[in-house]
Design a protein around this ligand. Structure first.
Ligand code: BEZ
Ligand code: FE
Length: 294
C-alpha cells in the first residue's frame, strides 16, 4: 500500500472511531450495542464498496422516495426489508428451534387487525373473486394434543392477485378470524390463492428491475395463530406446483409449508354444499410450540 493510501485508510478509520465514541454514553445498553454495531457495519460496507458521492446521493434519493410513497396503506420500508431478506433473517434469528412445530415465515404488509370474526366453517372470502377453497386441519401441540379455542387469523389475495386493502373502494374481503373447535379442528371457506406481484411501482420495484429480479410471490394463504401458553405462529401455506416457489421475491418459502390443493368437480363439499364451478380443498395442521420452548 502506498503512503497516500495508508493516510486515507487511517482517516477513514478515524471517522468510524469518532462516530463510535459519540455513542459511548448511551444510557440504554441495548441501544448502545445496536448503534455501535450499525456504525461498524455501515462504515465497513461503505469502505468495502468504496462508496462514491453520486452513489451516496442515489441511496438518499431512494430512501426519500420510499418515505414519500409510504402511507397507512403502503409500507415501502417493509417491502425493502422483505426483498433484501432482512424480514426472513429476522424470522430465522428469532424462531427458536422447536422440532415438529409449524415453521414461521414473513408477516408481510397486508394484515389488518380489525378483520371480522367468522364462525367455524364460515367464509373468509366474503366476495373475493376466485375458485372456492375449503381449508381445514387441526391446531395442535408438538405432542399431538388438540389446542382448543386458538385464535386463527387468515388473510389472502384474491384470484386477481390483490388484497382488499389494495383496492381504493375500502372493501373488506379475503380475511377473517376464527377459533379452533373442541377437538382443535378448524375449517373455513376461502378462495384458492393465486401468485401475485408485491407492489413494484415504487423504488423497491425499480431496485428489482435494476437487479434483474422479479416481483412475484408464489400463491399462499397467511395465518397468524395465537393460544395461551403457546408461541404465536405467523406463517403461510403455499401451493405445490406454483411456478414461483423457487423465486419468491421475499424469500418466504419453506418446504414443509407447501401443500397440495385437491380439485373436486362432482363430489359435494364436507358441509354438503355444491359450489358452482367445483371447489378445491387444502388440509393443513397448525402445530404450535409451547411458550416454554417445547
Ligand atoms: C405478502 O405475502 O403479503 C407480502 C409479503 C412481503 C411483501 C409483500 C407482500
Ligand atoms: Fe401475501
Amino acid at each position: 500500500m502506498s503512503i497516500d493510501n495508508t493516510v486515507a485508510t487511517d482517516r477513514e478509520h478515524a471517522v468510524t472511531a469518532e462516530v463510535l465514541a459519540s455513542f459511548d454514553k448511551t444510557p440504554d445498553p441495548r441501544l448502545r450495542d445496536v448503534m455501535g454495531s450499525l456504525v461498524r457495519h455501515l462504515h465497513a460496507f461503505a469502505r468495502d464498496i468504496r462508496l462514491t458521492p453520486p452513489e451516496w446521493e442515489a441511496a438518499i434519493e431512494f430512501l426519500t422516495r420510499a418515505g414519500h410513497i409510504t402511507d397507512d396503506r403502503r409500507q415501502e420500508f417493509i417491502l425493502l426489508s422483505d426483498v433484501l431478506g432482512l424480514s426472513m433473517l429476522t424470522v430465522a434469528i428469532n424462531e427458536a428451534a422447536a422440532p415438529g412445530a409449524t415453521e414461521s415465515t414473513v408477516f408481510g404488509p397486508f394484515f389488518v387487525d380489525d378483520a371480522p370474526e367468522i364462525p367455524l366453517g364460515g367464509d373468509i372470502a366474503r366476495g373475493a373473486p376466485g375458485c372456492a377453497c375449503y381449508v381445514s386441519g387441526r391446531v395442535r401441540s408438538v405432542g399431538g394434543e388438540p389446542i382448543v379455542g386458538a385464535r386463527i387469523e387468515v388473510w389472502e389475495a384474491d384470484a386477481d392477485g390483490f388484497y382488499d386493502v389494495q383496492y381504493a373502494d375500502g372493501r373488506s374481503a379475503g380475511r377473517g378470524w376464527l377459533r379452533s373447535g373442541a377437538d382443535g379442528g378448524y375449517r373455513f371457506w376461502s378462495v384458492l390463492p393465486a401468485p401475485y406481484p408485491i407492489p413494484h411501482d415504487g423504488p423497491v420495484g425499480d431496485l428489482l428491475t435494476a437487479t434483474a429480479r422479479g416481483p412475484m410471490r408464489p400463491a399462499h394463504l397467511h395465518f397468524m395463530v395465537t393460544a395461551p401458553d403457546f408461541r404465536p405462529l405467523i406463517t403461510h401455506i403455499f401451493l405445490a406446483d406454483d411456478p414461483y416457489l423457487d423465486c419468491d421475491a421475499v424469500f418466504g418459502v419453506k418446504e414443509n409449508l407447501v401443500v397440495e390443493a385437491v380439485h373436486h368437480t362432482d363430489t359435494p363439499a364436507p358441509d354438503g354444499s355444491h359450489p358452482q364451478g367445483g371447489w378445491t380443498s387444502i388440509t393443513f395442521d397448525l402445530v404450535l410450540a409451547q411458550a416454554d420452548g417445547h
